[in-house]
Design a protein around this ligand. Structure first.
Ligand code: SAH
Ligand code: SF4
Ligand code: F3S
Length: 458
């Protein structure tokens, strides 16, 4: 019996697909080459923008023939899109051959849903909240080589006016620190070299726990103290909650990467206020300056939205100015997309799609130049690389990442996977550095389960 999972959206979803794969592998399923030939197909969906939803609907539609040929095929749809009000009904209406629909709060019950489906035509279970402990005890079929993802919070309390996440993921809940530290320690014991902590806003970790000592800075400090050489990353940091203490822990750490994904969303105070982001451009720039003073080698990335309702040419120019000031190593840029039930959905002054597209290309062009200059500033320098995998196209080449987040490509033997090495940078473009290994710092004995298409993100 074979399974296949189509994953959409953020890293949180990729990690949850690893948990769903854990359930299926426990039941004896193995990975199929494609969804067309699988016995169980899962769509783990995203609702962040309309384009994500359109892609998912198209992909479910493409299974119609396969299901006709193999009527025993089970198709399950879960994740953020299913969790939205009215969507289960919509999915069934459009695609009557879907067998199971569940939401974001009950993935641990997937096995029950499969059993139930044996006895009835269709299973639909969407609930509003659930005890997170049932998710935390789930087996994870990890698929990402030297990388492992660890949840620290679920949900979001921020209600940025454009965003669907608080509606589909519920209120923020922090995992107990001891569980997180235990999981990370176990992963390091197993040989994982890069741990990424996941939360919609990692900086508010612990706000829902009464003990004042439970906060993100202390969590980072405890994890940094573990007696292993590894890389510790986290996402996402909300600028309104990034504390000086977190920056201090980062600056003084052995293992925490000098890299911050710090989404700013807009460079205009007027738009930031309308977005309910709760910081100003000045406050944001101060944070960047403080972090740079404490860690001169730090690099930043950000998410930016163009065409939020009411965004004028002047507001957009302020965004360009901010990007020029901060000089991000990487930018994730989005065209504002109306989401049902959010505050911004009904705002006046929605921006014309033509203008949104023009603004997006201007922003992308500006960023490409900046990212190229930043990359090229490393030419002739030696950086520490973590060897993460084989080059997808060039035989005999490997890929890795720098502490500050850039991807590096270099020649090397597969045996180097999981090693830390020094790499001399010889060439660079906006996304990638190219170099040669000069010295191995620490090699790894672990055999890695390299990324497969098991959890293929679309
Ligand atoms: N919790 C994270 C990430 C949330 S989703 C954070 O606060 O940064 C990732 C990104 O998608 C957001 O940062 C935002 O830039 C973008 N996004 C969210 N809702 C959107 C919408 N309705 N239209 C366009 N982009 C959106
Ligand atoms: Fe969405 Fe804002 Fe929460 Fe991020 S912080 S998930 S953008 S509501
Ligand atoms: Fe992630 Fe998309 Fe949900 S970005 S939290 S999968 S809406």
């Amino acid at each position: 019996m074979k399974y296949f999972i189509n994953t959409y959206g953020c890293q949180m979803n990729v990690h949850e697909s690893e948990k769903l794969a854990g359930i299926l592998e426990d039941l004896g399923y193995s990975l199929a080459d494609s969804d067309q030939v699988a016995d169980v197909v899962v769509f783990n969906t995203c609702a962040i923008r309309e384009s994500a939803e359109q892609k998912i609907f198209g992909n479910i539609g493409m299974l119609k023939q396969a299901k006709k040929q193999n009527p025993n095929m089970i198709i399950a749809v879960c994740g953020c899109m299913s969790q939205q009000k009215g969507y289960a009904e919509l999915i069934v209406k459009k695609y009557p051959y879907v067998d199971i629909i569940f939401g974001t709060h009950n993935i641990a019950r997937f096995k029950d849903f499969l059993n139930k489906r044996n006895k009835q035509k269709r299973v639909i279970e969407i609930v509003e909240t659930e005890d997170i402990s049932c998710r935390d005890n789930m087996k994870v079929a990890r698929t990402s080589g030297v990388n492992a993802w660890v949840n620290i919070t679920y949900g979001c309390n921020n209600f940025c006016t454009y965003c669907i996440v608080p509606y589909v993921r519920g209120r923020e809940v922090s995992r107990p620190a001891a569980d997180i530290i235990g999981e990370v320690e176990e992963l390091l014991k197993q040989g994982y070299k890069q741990i990424t902590l996941l939360g919609q806003n990692v900086n508010s970790y612990g706000n829902d726990i009464l003990d004042d000592n439970v906060n993100f800075a202390n969590l980072l400090q405890s994890l940094d103290n573990l007696p292993y050489k590894y890389r510790l990353r986290f996402m996402t940091s909300h600028p309104k909650d990034l504390s000086l203490k977190v920056l201090e822990v980062m600056a003084g750490s052995k293992n925490i990467c000098h890299y911050l994904h710090l989404p700013v969303q807009s460079g205009s105070d007027f738009i930031l206020k309308a977005m309910n982001r709760k910081y100003t451009v000045d406050k944001y720039l101060n944070l960047i300056e403080t972090a740079r003073k404490m860690m001169p080698d730090i690099q930043f990335s950000s998410d930016l939205i163009v065409g939020f309702p009411g965004e004028t040419e002047d507001d957009f120019n302020k965004t360009l100015e901010l990007v020029k000031k901060v000089r991000y190593q990487q930018l994730f840029t989005f065209i504002y997309s109306k989401r049902k039930g959010t505050v911004a959905e009904t705002m006046d002054n929605q921006v014309d799609i033509k203008i949104k597209k023009q603004r997006l290309s201007k922003l992308i062009e500006l960023e490409k130049g900046i990212a190229t200059e930043i990359s090229q500033s490393y030419i002739g320098k030696t950086v520490e690389v973590l060897v993460e995998g084989k080059h997808p196209k060039k035989q005999g080449y490997l890929m890795g990442s720098c502490d500050f987040g850039k991807t590096i490509s270099f020649k090397g033997d597969d045996k180097l996977l999981g090693s830390f090495a020094y790499c001399l940078i010889e060439k660079a473009n906006h996304t990638t550095l190219f170099g040669s290994i000069t010295k191995i710092i620490q090699s790894s004995e672990t055999e890695y389960n390299l990324p497969t298409n098991k959890i293929r993100r679309k």
